[in-house]
Design a protein around this ligand. Structure first.
Ligand code: LLP
Length: 673
């Protein structure tokens, strides 16, 4: 039999269109009514995944699920199956298969009644656009009918409530935009009604992040690391479903996208809540060839002879200018950017500054010495191509920078309140802390309460008033909330906060969204998704064309262009641990010791030998933290005098080197071919 889907009969006998998922709904109902052996839904993806593969390329195909789990996954975010397709098949006991039209060879996802359901977290989903309504009442405790009054108001305005959290004096509920037409008018009317019985606060936009799987309740103790991840972000509401199939956290929308890969890493890749792997998970999206972004061959492979020659004297950094230019051009192709600055704190080598200046970049500096270094290296540069972003710098640095005519950010009330005359007649920027931080390590997250940087959102109006009072004009808003960020959505969230504040100030011409663009250090990491970022830029431009957009990356432009060359000093075996010693360690490259950062390490002298020796690579400094790499593999015959190459060391390498133990600073050298 062949039939169409999507169309149904309405209660009054007329035709009805089922909307999204309409054909699937029809198929599920036909299958159930006919008592079919199974219903197969052929679609454009291989099945349901353990997370949205676009946010988490490591997401695993879910090979087998029971109906209840599939229902939770469909209801809490996944778009593959419409939630209403599942019930007819569940009730009739008809299995539901999801298959990929383009890849008929793949087994897809099988949803059926399982005799022995597998416990554990199987998927992490998220829904954006959630609105929270928090209702505070002192009279609520033990008061009969309070909840009835409150929910009557929601009913009256046609709003269906999704999650509920309650305390003695507060009830907070979430409204899901999928179920509701949550317009500002409706919300205002609702709040007006609720205000009669309690104090109301609307918190939006939020996202609901849901862990789905059987038996979460009995495994809560295993969720330590996951709760720690949430602890860093603001959690407005936690809700554990009464059917023990889901645990939902409601957070600010801006942080949800970054959370997903981290949670997936903890729960599914590292198995904080292990499930019987083979019975549940299929291959990852990446392994199925789902657009993983490919990392190009590093430049240094083809330059081995030059590098071995340069390694006659180590430790030595070598920077490859063509790679710097290539990265510079990749950002120059992005749409809608009025100004690109290079954050010279990442690497202040004069040849790199000159190369970037001729690629059209300006410079972001964090000390007066950095400003002077740019001016000395590029004497003809227009000072307006320099932005000085001091943090707790002395007054004299502000004064000198203003005299030099560079752009300046003020990042607290203190300078404006204490030294107002400095700013009279000046055009200044305000650095804002949007209230959240991001980045590869807590030490490089520069937003939120724990961070020393920026004006809290609540203080921006006062800063603008102080600036006006001092006779200064606020022409730009700036935010930089961390370093080593992989999620392109992040800058959009920053933009949202800055644009709203800029509208309130009225004189703002430009918004600087900061730096922070990540690079792939680990072998399995992917390059930054520039296409996704470009897409976000287009959206930002369209939303607020009145603001010129600036960015100020450091790492992205130079990290992969630099390597650190070291010489092997000794190979030592102690109690079963082999250590390969190098002639510099944390004194030359601090990142592994300070942040536990990963840098690839290769034996350049024996590049083609198989890496079979399990070892640690350590430096000569008198600290046990002086380890450049743990759990590494190098060629078995690695020996004294071999040249080691530490990859991706062009950013925050030489600039953070020290003379600790009175060792010499590493040399620096440029390759330009
Ligand atoms: N703008 C401001 C105001 C900054 O503070 C920074 C970096 C940047 C831009 C550039 O961020 P990037 O694009 O490089 O992520 N030593 C750490 C990184 C510290 C970053 C400090 N500020 C590391 O090695 O990972």
């Amino acid at each position: 039999m062949l039939t169409q889907g999507f169309i149904a009969r309405a209660e009054d006998g007329g035709s009805a269109i089922l909307g999204r998922g309409g054909s699937d709904t029809s198929a599920a109902n036909f299958g159930a009514l006919l008592g079919a052996r199974r219903v197969e839904i052929w679609t454009d993806v291989p099945g349901l995944f353990s997370a949205n593969p676009r946010a988490v390329p490591d997401a695993r195909l879910l090979a087998r699920l029971d109906f209840e789990e599939a229902q939770e996954i469909a209801t809490t975010g996944a778009k593959v199956l419409h939630p209403r397709c599942i019930a007819p098949c569940r009730e009739a006991g008809v299995p539901l298969w999801i298959r990929d039209t383009e890849r008929p060879d793949l087994a897809g996802t099988v949803i059926e009644a399982l005799a022995d359901p597998v416990p554990g977290v199987k998927a992490i989903s998220s829904r954006r656009g959630i609105v929270l309504v928090s209702m505070e009442s002192i009279g609520m405790w033990q008061q009969v009918g309070f909840l009835a009054d409150v929910f009557a108001a929601f009913k009256h305005h046609g709003l269906s409530v999704d999650l509920i959290g309650s305390a003695e004096t507060n009830v907070t509920v979430s409204l899901d935009p999928g179920e509701n037409l949550v317009s500002t008018d409706v919300l205002e009317a609702l709040c007006a009604d609720l205000a009669q019985v309690c104090r109301v606060k609307v918190i939006a936009p939020c996202a609901a992040v849901t862990l789905v799987g059987r038996g979460i309740r009995s495994r809560l103790h295993k969720l330590n690391s996951v709760l720690a991840e949430f602890g860093r972000e603001r959690v407005h509401l936690i809700s554990q479903s009464s059917n023990d199939l889901n645990l939902t956290f409601v957070v600010d929308e801006a942080v949800a996208e970054g959370l997903l890969p981290r949670l997936h890493g903890l729960l599914i890749e590292a198995g904080a809540m292990p499930v019987d792997e083979a019975r549940v998970f299929g291959p990852s999206w990446k392994a199925l060839g789902g657009q993983a972004r490919i990392r190009p061959e590093p430049w240094w492979r083809a330059r081995r002879p030059q590098l071995l020659a340069a390694a006659a004297a180590t430790p030595r950094y070598v920077y490859h200018l063509p790679t710097v230019r290539e990265r510079a051009r990749s950002l120059a192709r992005l749409p809608g950017l009025a100004q690109r600055l290079y954050a010279i704190k990442a690497n202040a080598h004069p040849a790199i500054l000159r190369a970037l200046e001729s690629e059209g970049y300006g410079f972001e500096c964090v000390s007066l010495a950095e400003v002077r270094h740019v001016l000395a290296t590029l004497p003809a540069i227009d000072p307006l191509r320099i932005l000085f972003t001091p943090s707790f710098a002395p007054r004299a640095e502000y004064a000198a920078a203003l005299e030099l005519g560079v752009n300046l950010t003020v990042d607290s009330l203190y300078p404006l309140a204490q030294w107002p005359t400095l700013f009279t007649g000046r055009r200044i920027w305000l650095r804002v802390d949007p209230g959240f931080g991001e980045g590869h390590h807590e030490k490089v997250r520069t937003g939120g309460k724990e961070a020393k940087f920026g004006l809290a959102i609540e203080a921006v109006a006062e800063a603008a008033a102080l600036a006006r009072g001092a006779g200064a004009r606020v022409v730009g808003l700036h935010a930089h909330i961390g370093s080593g960020i992989g999620d392109a959505a992040h800058w959009h969230a920053v933009f949202g906060r800055l644009a709203a504040l800029a509208d309130g100030i009225g004189t703002v011409e430009a918004l600087d969204l900061g730096g922070g663009f990540g690079i792939p250090y680990e072998p399995e990491a992917e390059p930054f998704d520039l296409d996704a970022f470009a897409q976000r830029l287009v959206e930002m431009q369209a939303a607020c064309p009145q603001f010129a957009l600036w960015i100020e990356p450091g790492r992205y432009l130079v990290a992969e262009a630099g390597v650190l060359l070291l010489s092997v000093t000794q190979v030592v075996d102690k109690l079963g641990v082999t250590r390969v010693g190098a002639d510099a360690g944390m004194n030359a490259l601090l990142r592994p010791a300070l942040y536990g950062a990963w840098h690839g390490i290769r034996n350049l002298s024996r590049i083609d030998a198989p890496d079979e020796l399990a070892c640690e690579v350590v430096g000569p400094i008198c600290e046990s933290g002086d380890v450049l790499g743990r759990r590494r593999r190098l060629p078995a015959d690695t020996a004294e005098g071999d040249v080691l190459l530490v990859a991706d060391a062009g950013a925050y390498g030489a600039v953070m080197a020290s003379r600790y133990n009175l060792r010499d600073l590493p040399a620096e050298e440029i390759l330009d071919d």
